[in-house]
Design a protein around this ligand. Structure first.
Ligand SMILES: [Cu+2]
Length: 436
């Protein structure tokens, strides 16, 4: 699962550690665990200090740390990575410790954290701790609050964590390029009081968007609006982990947005409330029931709910173009058009021309069209009743009676009780009433 940097690698890091600054100068750098996994790793249960329910990261993992005196020490390595978006497509991105997004950092309110950041990118970088209240010089804005971290150098960030809540990290150096390349991660701070707003299952993900031409593997970093890969943790449906929860569990989902547009995230079958943002916990008196919550750019929304309805509940962005994979956005609407004659004419010059869309585009959900290498069908994924016709920012919350605590394995398809599934009417149909 985690591959530890072997001794030789650790020595190489130490040899180049002349840039390590401040009080940690004499100390050895903690090892930097790496992973190339793209499935959700089990929660890292607390081994000392206050108890808390650790988070799980969709298609990701939590960064292990070491304790050094009264400091928790972490080591992030900024580096080029390969990330599979879903089987059939792998992108060449930049990330941290082997993956994009980087590993989730978890700490406890009041912790003193020391975070080593080693730059293995071809250009300088920095790390900003989004939402944290900390000394100005630890804020990670290259040029403004610190020198940029040049390639091959390691910088140290040290601060005491004032607030519990939901935060993230990302570069504040060549920001447009580095975020378009996938550099980001979540930073979760658990309350010191183990009972405060406690939930049984706590999921986290970051939304990012990429413009990757079919057949290519590098994002076009100067794109501002026309993205074709809308991801949760740099994964698209059907590559996004489901959210398995036990019926009756109190559940939290923490969602960050570092794309260039907002995402109204919708959960079926339940009502929820926003319990936390990147600005802190929302007081009970300010919460209201919702089924869709907009996550604006550069923010985090954590929703809390009681998972009281067993089933396979769709959980997705409600912008319908964001639940699609690679597609062009200037397709003409052929619904209702008689394409037969037109197709004949086109085929006389383009022999394998296929007319599509005169009855909608659902047929694309089951078509096996020849595609360029390294891209994904625009709509895909199969459920127990047929093609789901989705892509992008879509997954399923799976509420079951019989899951053990901290068991996040996919429980398979929901077995609906007899007589509770929509069914085909086989009797005589009459014309429905219409107003003319
Ligand atoms: Cu969206």
């Amino acid at each position: 699962m985690f591959t530890r940097r072997h001794l030789f690698g650790a020595a190489a890091v130490l040899a180049s550690a002349g840039a390590v600054s401040g009080r940690a100068q004499a100390a050895a750098i903690p090892e930097a665990p790496r992973t190339n996994t793209n499935t959700m790793q089990p929660p890292l249960l607390p081994t000392g200090g206050p108890d808390y329910q650790p988070v799980v990261t969709l298609n990701g993992w939590t960064l292990p740390w070491r304790v050094n005196g009264d400091w928790k020490e972490f080591h992030l390595v900024a580096e080029p990575v390969e990330r599979e978006f879903a089987p059939g497509m792998t992108a060449h991105l930049w990330g941290y410790n082997g993956q994009s997004p980087g590993p989730t950092i978890e700490a406890v309110e009041g912790d003193k954290v020391r975070i080593f950041v080693t730059n293995k990118l071809p250009e300088h970088t920095s790390v900003h701790w989004h939402g944290m209240r900390l000394p100005n010089g630890m804020d990670g804005v290259g040029g403004l609050t610190q020198p940029h971290v040049e390639p091959g150098k390691t910088f140290v960030y040290e601060f005491e964590i004032k607030d519990s809540g939901t935060f993230m990290y990302h570069p504040h150096s060549d920001e447009m390029v580095q975020m378009a390349m996938g550099m980001m991660g979540m930073f979760i701070v658990h309350p010191r009081d183990p009972q405060f707003r406690r939930v049984a299952r706590d999921f986290v993900f970051i939304m990012s968007a990429y413009a990757i031409d079919p057949g290519a593997s590098l994002p076009r970093v100067s794109e501002m609006t026309d993205f074709n890969m809308w991801t949760w943790n740099s994964r698209v449906f059907p590559g996004i982990d489901p959210l398995p929860v036990r019926r009756g569990d109190r559940v939290r989902v923490r969602m960050a947005n570092l794309t260039m547009t907002n995402h109204p995230i919708h959960l079926h079958g339940h009502h929820f409330a926003v319990s936390c943002t990147d600005g802190g916990w929302v007081p009970d008196s300010a919460q209201r029931p919702e089924t869709t919550i907009d996550v604006p750019v550069g923010t985090i929304r954590a929703i809390d709910l009681v998972a009281d309805a067993p089933g396979d509940w769709a959980f997705h962005c409600h912008k319908s173009h964001h639940t699609m994979n690679a597609m062009g956005h200037n397709t003409k609407n052929f619904i209702g058009a008689r394409q037969k004659e037109f197709s004949k004419a086109v085929r006389s010059v383009v022999p394998d021309y296929t007319a599509m869309g005169s009855a909608g585009m659902a047929e694309m959900g089951r078509m096996e069209m020849p595609m360029p290498d390294n891209t994904l069908p625009m709509m895909t994924g199969f459920g127990q009743f047929g093609p789901i016709e989705m892509g992008g920012m879509f997954t399923v919350m799976k509420v079951r009676d019989d899951l053990a605590p901290n068991d996040y394995r996919d429980p398979g398809s929901y077995q609906n009780p007899e007589g509770t599934v929509a069914y085909e009417f086989k009797g005589e149909t009459a014309e429905p009433p219409r107003r003319s």
